[in-house]
Design a protein around this ligand. Structure first.
Ligand code: SAM
Length: 287
């Protein structure tokens, strides 16, 4: 039958069968073989009540095994050809709990999807590497919709997300991710598990999203973090007073003083808690 014939096919064979070529610029590095994909799904620890938002299902390597573990999978795929191939496979397999949306995840109405799914939403994805940071930030901004996320990144980005203060890996994405989530490494995969083979290793991180802190204005926090790292080689006072934030030099100084942060420090030396304190103090200056 279709499943045993086709789901056993490698990504390479499936692409050849449908006369498709992987698009590098769209981060199309597919999980090469079905056994690896099934192992990835096991480790995502889905439950039968979960509705999964999958970003970039590609040929369905994760989508189809996930649909057997979860209540439903809603998969957003930019590539129209891939979306069609996947749609056909789902039909042939008679799987009724998968919805393919042929859309750009950066423009998708995530909130609308989650509302229609009706709770217990989790995110699972082998992300296109060219937009991984942007997607993560969108998920963080909408994290009230999700229980958790299991996301595959290039290891270099995973390391930036998990970084400690003080080095060049520590940046905007680190602070936003660690502020909003408890994060752990689930596992790593080498280039041989993908087709075509990427240059680097991949790593899957699990994000358990934290409740929003009502005393933090997140718009201000996100803007402060953005401003601080936009000029990461400058002092914080300089970076904050020459940014999109409507701060004068005196206001930046006052916010830093109130947060107990030396204005000569640079962004990469601040802990996540210090950024939160700075955002609170900045909020008062901007009132
Ligand atoms: N999930 C599949 C797998 O693991 O084999 C494919 C993963 S591949 C790394 C990333 C997928 O994201 C590709 O199918 C690509 O077409 C899709 N993609 C790229 N940009 C996208 C976007 N803006 N919105 C939705 N999907 C996108």
């Amino acid at each position: 039958d279709f499943e045993t014939n086709n789901r056993a096919l490698s990504a390479k064979a499936l692409l050849a069968a449908f006369d498709l070529k992987p698009k590098k610029a769209k981060g199309q590095n597919f999980l090469a073989d079905p056994a690896t994909a099934r192992a990835c799904v096991e480790r995502a620890d889905l439950s039968p009540d979960d509705s999964v938002l999958e970003i970039g299902p590609g040929l369905g390597a994760l989508t189809i095994p996930m649909s057997r573990k979860a209540k439903q999978v809603i998969a957003v795929e930019w590539d129209t050809n891939l979306a069609k191939v996947l749609e056909n496979q789902i039909e042939s397999l008679g799987l009724s709990n998968i919805t393919i949306l042929n859309q750009d995840i950066l423009k998708t109405d995530i909130r609308g999807i989650a509302e229609r799914a009706g709770g217990n939403m989790v995110v699972a994805a082998n992300l296109p590497y060219n937009i991984s940071s942007q997607v993560l930030i969108r998920l963080i901004q909408n994290r009230d919709l999700f229980k958790k996320a299991a996301l595959m990144f290039q290891t270099e980005l995973a390391q930036r997300i998990m970084a400690e203060p003080g080095g060049k890996d520590y940046g905007r994405i680190t602070v936003l991710a660690q502020y909003s989530s408890r994060i752990r490494v689930l596992y790593s995969l080498g280039p041989a598990h993908f087709y075509p083979k990427p240059q680097v290793d991949s790593q899957v991180l699990e994000f358990l999203f934290k409740e929003p802190d009502p005393s933090v204005n997140e718009d201000i926090l996100f803007a402060v973090v953005k401003a601080a790292f936009a000029k990461r080689r400058k002092t914080l006072k300089n970076a904050l007073s020459n940014s999109e934030l409507p701060f004068s030099g005196e206001q930046a100084q006052a916010a830093l003083d109130e947060a107990g942060i030396d204005p000569k420090r640079r962004a990469e030396t601040l802990s996540v808690d210090e950024f939160v304190a700075l955002a609170k103090a900045a909020g008062k200056q901007l009132k």
